[in-house]
Design a binder for this molecule. Structure first.
Ligand code: NAD
Ligand code: DAU
Length: 343
């Protein structure tokens, strides 16, 4: 089986590539990744010489580059993870989010039809449902009500994916996952930012009152869910993936202080995120009942593994945080944004 994964040099994509290569000796992966600031070849350093793996540096928005890949080799499935993924960055400027998350997805859908790719998996997010009050959960039937520019672009991509199913009977499935955590997460997201700030002796910026709630899922459970949906999901369907593991940001911060053995006084309240969603909680009964998926890594074990990974991989995150990564990256691959391939 040959799978095209997009965004395979990012946090979740790199776990998915590694998982699939382990899962099936006959698996071949083509990873289409433009190498944005969030992509990092070091995330897949352990498998980069595996002959079953190939990285093509291209944007999903570059029609001709992706078409060339699909014309050269047949592909059994496209799993689209490539995205601008950080809410805070989307608040600063939404334009790159529209280009990659919306236009890029549409181009991929069209190419999947042109080249008769049998299945398309759109990796979406629970943020498309908006924000919950203290009660209830997001189900696949919940209305879309995205609040941040990031979430709005992901919702638009979901709509385009469903339009392809309804208009052309294209075989598509959509996943909407809760917040992921684990090794290789870029250290601007909550958990890796706080762990690495803790290891550097820096304060932890907790937005607003810190009582916003997220449902946290260990990244390997997410990629297993993605593969379950890719193999068994019904065409045109949406599957939530979640951990039933709700924590307020303050609870997350306190749990991390305890694991790291540092004083909770590092937690520093700062101005709130604009339009900050109050609560996400995902009802994942459909994927469990229909496809037999459920989470395997509990919060305590997942957090322990994550903290240990960042302790043991200081070189990885220090390079990114210090900017050394950016200068290495510029030497090796060109300046992101400037010398990157066409978007
Ligand atoms: P990430 O930011 O860590 O990685 C994104 C990857 O996409 C990077 O390797 C980057 O180089 C690549 N990329 C960006 N623009 C591209 C383009 N135009 N063409 C090709 N590659 C491009 O993201 P992540 O956290 O791993 O998220 C992966 C996917 O999962 C995203 O679609 C995101 O919306 C979704 N998701 C993430 C979470 C989460 O908690 N992180 C939860 C649910 C869903
Ligand atoms: O729910 C799924 C989404 O989870 C994914 O679609 C996104 O790609 C992913 O980035 C994540 O979005 P969040 O905005 O929830 O993640 P983030 O790590 O940025 O923030 C988590 C919570 O922590 C959120 O309530 C904001 C808060 N926060 C975040 C940072 C970076 C802080 O309080 N301080 C911080 O410094």
């Amino acid at each position: 089986m040959r799978i095209m994964i997009t965004g395979g040099l990012g946090f979740i994509g790199s776990h998915l590539v590694r998982f699939l290569l382990r899962e099936d000796p006959a698996m071949e992966i083509i990873n289409v990744d433009v190498l944005s600031y969030a992509g990092n070849p070091a995330n897949l350093a352990d498998i980069e010489t595996d002959p079953r793996y190939r990285w093509v540096r291209a944007s999903i928005g570059d029609h001709d580059a992706v078409a060339a890949v699909l014309a050269a080799q047949s592909v059994d499935c496209i799993m689209n993870l490539a995205a601008e993924s950080h809410v805070d960055r989307s608040i600063l400027s939404g334009a790159p989010f529209v280009t990659t998350n919306v236009l890029g997805t549409q181009i991929l859908l069209e190419l999947a039809r042109t080249y008769h790719v049998p299945r398309f998996v759109q990796v979406s997010t629970d943020e498309v449902y908006g924000s919950l009050g203290p009660e209830g959960w997001f189900a696949e039937t919940s209305p879309l009500n995205p609040n941040s520019p990031y979430a709005a672009t992901k919702a638009a991509a979901d709509m385009l994916t469903l339009a392809a199913f309804r208009t052309y009977d294209q075989d598509v499935v959509i996943t909407r996952c809760a917040n992921n955590y684990g090794p290789y997460q870029f250290p601007e997201k909550l958990i890796p930012l706080f762990i690495t700030n803790g290891l550097e002796g820096k304060p932890w910026p907790l937005y607003g009152d810190g009582l916003q709630v997220r449902d946290w899922l260990f990244v390997t459970d997410h990629v297993r869910g993605l593969w379950t949906v890719a193999q068994k999901g019904r065409p045109g369907q949406i599957y939530n993936i979640g951990g039933q593991n709700e924590r307020s940001n303050r609870q997350v911060a306190e749990a991390l202080c305890d694991r790291l053995g540092i004083s909770r006084s590092v937690i520093t309240r700062v101005a709130d995120r604009l339009g900050h969603d109050r609560r996400y909680a995902t009802d994942a009964q459909k994927i469990t009942k229909e496809l037999g998926w459920q989470p395997q890594v509990n919060w305590e074990a997942g957090l322990e593994q994550t903290v240990e990974w960042y302790r043991e991989h200081e070189k990885w995150w220090r390079a990114i945080k210090s900017g050394e990564y950016r200068s290495y990256y510029a030497r090796q691959y060109g300046t992101p944004g400037k010398d990157s391939p066409k978007r």
